[in-house]
Design a protein around this ligand. Structure first.
Ligand code: GDD
Length: 397
């Protein structure tokens, strides 16, 4: 049997995702009309013999209660949210819930970072993992040499795929092959974490003997029960015939900033063509609006038949899109009103905003340029000064 665990973090993590995570926990922010974590859960469902899916995080339980109960019913697979009392690191969090994870005596544990966007080739990865016969298999991807230092960089044996060397976010270039934050482990991983925890506790006890070192360790401020999967587990186990790699040739992105959410929404929309075509709006101009490319429209949204929508547009619940409106590459959140003849391009329009008649909302083109409208009412221009690299351009006619 297989158990899946998705690390969802907590409100003190993912701060670069603000302001989008101020209203809703980042794992529930909609991409292609579905909560971010929904794409992970759908991918897990394709694993044979899946017993349970756990979301582990330090958000309040009530923030996930509704979502986990509805998704469990919808997919008919038990999905549970487990709340950590404090951040324990990606491996520490997994270890603290070992009793739940081992309840079904799984032979394999699938572990996923929540803030990544991928086609999650889990069944193929599981097959490869069984063939390798190691303790763990990491999904890896090639990225540009300039961006590699934002990730765990690694070296793998080209013949056997064994992980030979691993460095987390190194200052000097190691490799353009990076860790995707998607893993399959045998339960032996829990013993490896336990060993690291013991070593850390022993070291902490030793330090207490020397008051100078105690002061030093206090300033470093990493608690003894905080275990990071990458630095504390993957790095020391590399080159020991315990860890192997599986390279994805499909899409993979990390979602740290609001700008990335728009790109990832588009990637998931195009994946729907193969996995869930029923979720895409059809381009039948006779009955509804004109649809261009991949578009998601929530069933409760009202879109005027003279509006033109797409490509890469996702429209959430109760949104109203007026006559003659034109939407290109954007995420329209719940209860938004886009009035007649407004144009929205490459933008995220926040919950309950109204974009006035003949308004134009469009990104200024820069690396991260993406307007996010949080509170705009008709003929009222609100500029969120704290957005830094984000720009709001609105022209009212
Ligand atoms: N539950 C819980 N508790 N989740 C956590 C905790 C924790 O204490 N700490 C981190 N997470 C979750 C985050 O929400 C995220 O989904 C994932 O674990 C990894 O977060 P970080 O530890 O902040 O690492 P990162 O995202 O900067 O980098 C990791 O992922 C990259 C791929 O996206 C590393 O594993 C990199 O090597 C990797 O390239």
């Amino acid at each position: 049997r297989v158990v899946a665990v998705i690390m969802v973090g907590g409100p003190t993590k993912g701060t670069r995702f603000r302001p989008l995570s101020l209203n809703v926990p980042k794992p529930l922010f909609p991409l292609a009309g579905q909560p971010m974590v929904h794409h992970h859960i759908s991918a897990c469902r394709r694993i044979p013999n899946l017993a349970q899916i756990y979301l582990i995080g330090f958000y309040e339980e009530r923030e996930f209660a509704l979502y986990v109960s509805s998704i469990s019913n919808e997919l008919r697979i038990p999905v549970r949210y487990l709340r950590e009392d404090k951040p324990r690191g990606s491996a520490g969090g997994l270890y603290s819930f070992r009793d739940y994870i081992m309840e079904d005596s799984p032979a394999h544990i699938v572990l996923l970072n929540c803030d990544v966007c991928s086609s999650f080739p889990l069944p193929d990865m599981l097959e490869a993992h069984k063939k390798y016969g190691g303790m763990g298999t990491l999904l890896v991807n090639k990225v540009s040499a300039e961006s590699a230092n934002q990730f765990g960089e690694l070296v793998a044996d080209p013949e056997t795929n064994e992980l030979l060397h691993y460095t987390e976010k190194p200052e000097t270039f190691v490799s353009d092959l990076i860790n995707c934050g998607v893993y399959i482990f045998t339960p032996k991983i829990l013993i490896a974490i336990e060993d690291v925890l013991k070593q850390k506790k022993d070291r902490a006890n030793l330090r207490r003997v020397s008051s100078f070192e105690a002061l030093q360790s206090a300033t470093k401020a990493i608690p003894a029960d905080y275990v990071r999967l990458d630095q504390d587990i993957l790095s020391p186990l590399a080159g020991k015939k315990e860890l192997y790699t599986y390279q994805t040739l499909d899409f993979w992105e990390q979602i740290k900033t609001p700008g990335m959410s728009l790109r990832c929404s588009g990637l998931y929309l195009s994946q729907f063509r193969h996995t869930s075509p029923h979720l895409l709006a059809s381009g039948d101009g006779k009955k509804g609006a004109t649809i261009v490319g991949d578009v998601y429209i929530h069933p409760s949204a009202k879109v005027h038949l003279t509006a033109k929508i797409g490509p890469n547009v996702s429209i959430s619940a109760n949104a109203r899109i007026g006559a003659g409106a034109r939407l290109i590459s954007c995420i329209i959140l719940d209860d938004v009103e886009i009035m007649e003849n407004a144009v929205v391009i490459h933008s995220i329009v926040g919950w309950k905003s109204t974009v006035g008649k003949w308004s134009r909302v469009q990104a200024r083109f820069s690396m991260n340029g993406l307007p996010i409208l949080l509170k705009i009412t008709h003929f009222h221009l609100f500029h969120h000064k704290k957005l830094g690299t984000f720009h709001i351009l609105m022209f009212l006619f």
